[in-house]
Design a protein. Structure first.
Length: 92
């Protein structure tokens, strides 16, 4: 014969207590998850990994445009989000 755990009892009072406990925990000052990275002014710093070959192309484009690497990446992401992105004929 195997030993099994008893099933938890469900009642209206149990769910009320669980809801009250969840509300109490959610009200704690440290209950919200903070976004990863460091805030710099009104921007959020992130980490981005790319191949050296692609990074060289980004740097070359940045030099040609007279912009920083970060500015070129920001512009590319902005254009993709605001104007859509086509990948192999699929996209918005």
């Amino acid at each position: 014969m195997t030993i099994t755990k008893p099933k938890p009892k469900t009642s209206a009072q149990g769910t009320t207590q669980e809801a009250a406990a969840a509300g109490f925990i959610a009200g704690a000052p440290d209950s919200t998850t903070k976004p990863k990275g460091v805030r710099k002014g009104n921007k959020q710093q992130i980490s981005l990994t790319m191949t050296p070959a692609l990074l060289a192309k980004v740097d070359a484009l940045a030099g040609k445009l007279g912009q920083s690497r970060a500015a070129v990446i920001n512009m590319a992401v902005y254009r993709a989000v605001e104007h859509g992105l086509m990948i192999d004929g699929l996209g918005e």
